[in-house]
Write a protein that binds this ligand. Structure first.
Ligand code: UD1
Ligand code: MG
Length: 448
């Protein structure tokens, strides 16, 4: 954690033209969280208490998104998109009141780690006035280049479009993430001009301004992957795949077995306990928490679900938001569970829809059981008592309660609540017509 108060300014006002999208670039999602959400989570984990997000004048949704991840963040509006230095100046009021370190981050670098921000703070503590987080790459096209002098100090940052052919050969690039400890930061920003091809105020020019003020500028060299900037959908897909690999490795290093890791898809917040086994082709949406020793068999789609230990899910199960499963639960093929609390040792092994319900521990849900929860207007709940037995192909028309230990005869359409330990059966009595089948066959063969 950093020791001086830190203000993080996140620039998110750019048009994101290269995304070719109606959605602002920072709203695009990576592992079910917006790119901006990832950046905000990183600065919060690094202990930055004050956060300002710079958005464009027509970006109310982005402001809402920012507040949903950091309720106290301050929204600053950049009236005209005149470049990254101008974007930072849009937070001038916040800057004027702030006395500690300042970090500037872009809302398009979602893989940045909090540890890197903490390392940059350590460099400020050791005497640097400006720290630029950079990376070395074999494909520097489009990035600003870090011009480093013979003493190893950062002399300038040259945007790709402004760089000489010689400077274009530099492979150390600017990530856009910078840390500042300088009392006259606002004055320095105001000294940046727009005498360049794009006629923009480039934040990167602050390095040369800092030199004029005799301030020391350093580079914190980081992993290329961590500082990947997303400007188009190809880079979004690259970032997604890198995030997924990191999540898969983290799950395996903490004790889960992924039989074919590249086919298991994580959300930003998926947690798997020790000795969880995940078979191929499993997709986790947000809000999934799986306890120790649970086995997720192939081809499951699981979101917003908590699963207790020792359970077995799938193959081909769909667990939707609000599913809360106890320990040693079995959910089998083609079973869909939504907003339903399932007690310990419950078995629902085949072909069922369990929505808006509560199932007591030890209950057995037969194949083809349907909770008829929706009447076209409202959702209603189904409550099943402990150790009850629901026969196959039963429709439970909610609202309804099945007592504990009750048995429901298969094929029933149950519309009234059933007492504890009762048998409920709702179907016509079976009729046998003796030797009718023989007569029928004889009749048919004569006609032929
Ligand atoms: C920028 C850097 C480049 C660096 C690269 C790393 C500058 C001038 N260039 O280039 O050195 O190598 O990032 O990914 O800083 N933004 C605003 N207002 C504006 C313009 C941009 O808020 O007027 C925001 C954008 O929303 C984005 C960030 O600033 O989050 C960077 O803008 P972008 O257009 O992506 O810059 P790059 O061309 O990637
Ligand atoms: Mg960019």
């Amino acid at each position: 954690m950093t020791h001086t108060p830190v203000l993080s300014i996140i620039l998110a006002a750019g048009k994101g033209t290269r995304m070719c999208s109606k959605l602002p670039k920072p709203m695009h999602r990576l592992a079910h969280r917006s790119i901006l959400g990832h950046v905000l989570a990183t600065v919060r984990k690094a202990g930055h208490k004050k956060i300002a997000v710079v958005i464009g004048p027509d970006m109310d949704h982005l402001a809402e998104e920012a507040h949903s991840h950091a309720a106290n963040c301050i929204i600053c509006v950049q009236a005209n998109r005149l470049g990254t230095a101008n974007a930072v100046l849009s937070a001038q009021n916040v800057l004027a009141e702030h006395t500690g370190d300042v970090f500037v981050l872009f809302a398009d670098t979602p893989l940045l780690r909090p540890e890197t921000l903490i390392n940059a703070s350590a460099m400020l503590n050791k005497g640097a006035n400006l720290v630029v987080m950079g990376f070395e790459t074999n494909n520097p096209k489009g990035y600003g280049r870090l011009v480093i002098d013979s003493q190893g100090n950062l002399a300038a940052i040259r945007e790709h479009s402004e760089a000489t052919l010689q400077e274009q050969t530099i492979r150390i690039c600017n990530s856009g993430v910078m840390a500042f400890r300088c009392s006259n930061f606002i004055a320095m920003l105001n000294q940046i001009d727009n005498n360049n091809i794009k006629q923009e105020y480039y934040l990167t020019d602050i390095v040369e301004v800092a030199h004029r003020h005799k301030l020391s500028c350093s580079v914190l060299l980081c992993d290329e992957e961590e500082l990947l900037g997303i400007n188009d959908r190809v880079q979004l897909a690259v970032a997604e795949s890198k995030f997924q690999n990191q999540a898969r490795n983290a799950a395996m290093y903490s004790g889960a077995t992924l039989i074919d890791p590249s086919t298991v898809w994580f959300a930003y917040d998926t947690t798997l306990g020790q000795d969880v086994i995940v078979e191929p082709n499993v997709f986790f949406g947000p809000g999934v928490n799986i306890a120790d020793g649970t086995h997720i068999r192939a081809n499951c789609y699981i979101e917003g679900t908590i699963i207790g230990s020792g359970s077995c899910i799938g193959p081909y199960a769909r667990l939707r938001p609000g599913a809360k499963l106890g320990t040693d639960v079995n959910i089998g093929n083609f079973v869909e569970v939504k907003n339903t609390i399932i007690g310990d040792n419950v078995k629902a092994n085949h072909l069922s829809y369990l929505g808006d319900g509560t199932i007591g521990s030890g209950a057995n849900i037969g194949a083809g059981t349907i909770f008829c929860n929706y009447d076209g207007f409202n959702k209603h709940s189904t409550v099943i008592g402990e150790k009850s037995f629901i026969g196959s192909n039963t429709s439970l028309v909610a609202p309804i309660q099945i007592g504990s230990g009750a048995i429901i005869g298969s094929g029933s359409v149950i519309t009234r609540s059933v007492p504890d330990n009762a048998l409920a059966i709702e179907r016509n009595r079976q009729v046998h017509k003796k030797i009718w089948a023989n007569k029928f066959r004889t009749l048919i063969s004569r006609k032929r």
